[in-house]
Write a protein that binds this ligand. Structure first.
Ligand code: NAD
Length: 503
């Protein structure tokens, strides 16, 4: 059981939410156009000062320069740009058709902000994860309390960037700390919790939120499979597997963590993979000339060691790399074959540069092995047969599939990102991701006047009988249905206007 948050954390959390709530109230009437204009300013600042962001993230997370540029900058800017182009359409009030039973009325669906929401993030993409959630929450009209991970807080970085806009400064409040601070922030009663991190923490957050009936969205871990059929273009699939497994030193929620290769090509494919892995340049603090950076934290490297040592003891074969040193975060990419489904390296999220390879016989077995997991974040399928790709896509229990590509369904900001099974629920990005930061409000508009509704009092036997006839006309009548509905509806309505009525 975790300790209760201390009084200092509780006070910091309360103050942060007080500031966020007052920012929210002050900007309730601020237009969407103005909010998007401020986000556009933020986007321009990110682009102008991208090298600083890249440096900070490289220093704290240890990723190589190109990884930092692609994920932290392109992914973030792309999402803000998508909001600029699409938020007006997604957030606009929607006219909803009104059924014949409610003749004369109109229906409207409004998308409204939630209030002061809590965003808790992990350490692997510290700038991207923060700004993506903040931008969506601001576009939808919310205020935010954001807590980065204690393992890569990039202290002051988000504040430096939101300082470009008085609106963002009032709406976004950053609080630093570990899990205890996270718990204090939940105790402060956010309107909703947007959590990205591990399943174990997600379960704790959900339990704490349940006691206060706070809605939660959980973006959790994965054990993503990549399936390669024997008709796939081998060099492309090898290159895709390599990048999918080792980008960000394997510390990506949707990194490739299980490689399934059709038996006929499995040996040759693994040989090519091993040869290609041998050409990777591993170094952090690089000038754009390294492929793989270092791992971020010792506890994560120790998990890699534990998974690999157990797999080797259970009969797996080390095809590339070696068991990492305990005194370094530089971990050479590891490729294992002869793995079995009972090994942790195949079952649990490793979250490091480790790629276990398994052969499959046919399509049915590929789907069965891929779905045999507690997780269901994303998957990729490599084949020249588009019909097969679509069949396999439909059969996979995951939140996103890249066909003949890897980690790419999340490359389109218009597509929702989020998992199935123990990979969580709720979506980031895409229309669903934006709407996740809203509450829908149903509005029914009727005429002002003196009319009495048929379903209002008084109830009498005569009214009941007319309701029965109206129901028959609505749901069971054949032929002349519309005139019959109109006739019986009018009779019921006329009857209901009498203040006193005889049956
Ligand atoms: P983590 O769960 O240990 O920590 C995540 C955040 O939760 C941190 O900010 C931490 O301080 C906070 N926290 C810890 N205990 C808490 C508590 N009881 N209450 C409130 N907050 C608490 O995860 P991590 O090690 O930082 O990140 C790695 C995990 O994140 C991996 O499982 C990875 O797959 C997952 N991840 C998922 C996605 C996604 O979008 N699905 C993206 C990135 C990372």
């Amino acid at each position: 059981m975790d300790d209760a948050p201390d009084t200092t954390s509780a006070r910091i959390a309360r103050d942060a939410f007080a500031a966020a709530r007052s920012g929210f109230e002050r900007h309730r009437a601020t237009s969407l156009d103005l909010r998007l204009a401020e986000l556009a300013k933020l986007k321009r600042l990110i682009l102008a000062r991208r090298d600083e962001i890249v440096e900070r993230v490289m220093a704290e997370v240890g990723k190589c320069r190109t990884d930092a540029l692609i994920a932290e900058i392109i992914g973030t800017v792309d999402w803000i740009q998508w909001l600029e182009k699409n938020a007006r359409r997604v957030l606009a009030p929607e006219k909803v058709p009104t059924p014949i039973t409610l003749l004369g009325k109109k229906s409207l669906l409004r998308h409204e902000p939630l209030g002061a929401v809590l965003v808790i993030c992990p350490w692997n993409y510290p700038f991207h994860n923060a700004i993506t959630a903040i931008a969506a929450a601001v576009a939808a009209g919310n205020a935010i309390v954001y807590k980065p991970s204690e393992h890569a807080p990039c202290e002051g970085l988000v504040e430096e960037f939101i300082a470009c806009s008085p609106l963002l400064r009032e709406l976004v409040h950053v609080v630093y700390g570990d899990g205890a601070m996270g718990r204090a922030l939940i105790d402060a009663g956010p309107a909703k919790i947007f959590f990205t991190g591990s399943g174990a923490t997600g379960a704790k957050i959900m339990a704490q939120a349940a006691a206060q009936l706070i809605p939660v969205e959980l973006e959790l871990g994965g054990k993503d499979p990549m399936i390669v059929f024997d008709d796939a273009h081998t060099p492309r699939a090898v290159a895709g597997a390599l990048w999918g497994a080792f980008t960000n030193a394997g510390q990506s929620c949707s990194g490739v963590e299980r490689l399934l290769v059709q038996a006929r090509i499995a040996d040759r494919f693994t040989d090519d993979l091993v040869a290609a892995a041998g050409r990777l340049v591993i170094r952090s603090g690089d000038a754009g000339d390294a492929d793989v950076g270092r791992m971020t934290a010792a506890f994560q490297r120790d998990k890699v060691i534990a998974h690999v040592e157990e797999a080797l003891a259970m009969g797996a074969r080390l095809r590339h790399g070696r068991v990492p040193d305990r005194d370094s975060l530089r971990v050479e990419p590891i490729i294992l074959d002869r793995v079995t489904p009972d090994m942790r390296v195949w079952r649990d999220e490793t979250f490091g540069p480790v790629l276990p390879v398994m052969a499959f016989a046919d399509e049915a077995e590929a789907v069965r092995l891929a779905n045999d997991s507690d997780y269901g974040l994303c998957a990729s399928v490599f084949t020249a047969d588009q019909a097969r790709a679509m069949r396999v896509t439909a059969a996979l229990d995951v939140g996103g599939v890249s066909i003949n590509n890897v980690n790419m369904s999340e490359g389109n900001p218009g597509l929702p990102f989020g998992g199935a099974k123990k990979s969580g629920f709720g979506k980031l990005r895409g229309p669903e991701g934006l709407l996740g930061f809203t509450r829908s409000k149903a509005v029914l508009i009727d005429q002002a006047g003196d009319k009495i509704e048929a379903n209002w009092y008084p109830y009498t036997a005569g009214k009941l009988q007319r309701f029965q006839r109206f129901i028959d006309a609505l749901y069971t009548a054949r032929g002349w249905r519309l005139p019959l509905i109109a006739w019986r509806g009018l009779r019921l309505e006329a009857f209901s206007q009498k203040p006193r009525h005889d049956d």
